[in-house]
Design a protein around this ligand. Structure first.
Ligand SMILES: [Zn+2]
Ligand SMILES: [Zn+2]
Length: 254
């Protein structure tokens, strides 16, 4: 039997507001944890030091809304290790470098109890039988990785930030997934010309073209009513939800 629990920790961008945080999703599988992005404010919803144990953190790209709380987690790992409350290093997976970004500024070996691994299109790793793999769709403003989590029972995709210029590749990556956690930075009403982000409607097109079971929308504009994203996506795809901080989603198969 497989059971995967997904807890949205942050659903808005580019800044925090009220009890909403910048991007982050906690995935729990066999008591092991995977944190998909580490945006500002997400540490408010973690349990310390327990959530640091058997923790893998994935940073999909070097936009500040996606790693704003990484420094706090690194330092917390250092402190809890010194208190002898953390035995295993936190594993941090991140792009090797974006051409315009100096990754050394967020990698600390001094005051962090963690190991670092570089992700790319051919890199993958296992959490028990759950394989985690990556692909840069090359449709965001910088190198940015989609994440796929897959075992014999489940396929889950987190798009991170992405546009629709390479829609066919995106559909391939999401094909027949049980769940896609998809960005929807905009509404059609915003009349954005962005090629590097999606609308809720774009996300619904992706969900239907990819034949996925469920669509979870995220990466909302902080000032916008989340219900509008839901309404827009529902025009084209029925099984859709908006991600909400702390509202767990449980996938289970016998
Ligand atoms: Zn971004
Ligand atoms: Zn973002």
């Amino acid at each position: 039997m497989s059971k995967i629990i997904i807890t949205p920790l942050g659903t808005i961008s580019p800044y925090t507001k009220g009890n909403m945080n910048c991007p982050g999703f906690l995935v729990e599988y066999n008591n092991k944890k995977i944190l998909l992005d580490c945006g500002n404010g997400i540490t408010r919803l973690l349990n310390f030091p327990n959530d640091l144990k058997d923790l893998s953190i994935i940073i999909t790209h070097y936009h500040k809304d996606h790693f704003g709380d990484l420094g706090a987690l690194q330092y917390a790992s250092f402190v809890y290790h010194n208190l002898q409350l953390l035995d295993n290093k936190v594993k941090i997976y991140l792009p090797k470098n974006d051409i315009s970004f100096n990754k050394e500024s967020i990698i600390s070996n001094n005051e962090s109890y963690s190991d670092y691994y570089y992700i790319n299109n051919s890199y993958s790793f296992l959490i028990d039988d759950l394989r985690i793999s990556f692909e840069d769709n090359k449709s965001h403003t910088i190198e940015s990785y989609m994440v796929k989590l897959q075992n014999k029972d489940f396929k889950i995709v987190y798009t991170s930030d992405i546009g629709t210029t390479n829609l066919n590749k995106l559909v391939d990556f999401c094909k027949n997934a049980d769940l896609i956690i998809c960005e929807s930075s905009f509404l059609k009403a915003h009349n954005s010309n962005s090629k590097t982000h999606m609308t809720a409607y774009d996300a619904s097109i992706l969900a239907s073209k990819s034949n996925v079971q469920k669509l979870l929308l995220t990466h909302f504009w902080p000032e916008e009513d989340k219900r509008l994203y839901l309404e827009e996506a529902k025009q084209n795809f029925k099984n859709v939800e908006v991600a909400k901080e702390g509202k767990k989603l449980i996938l289970e198969k016998n």
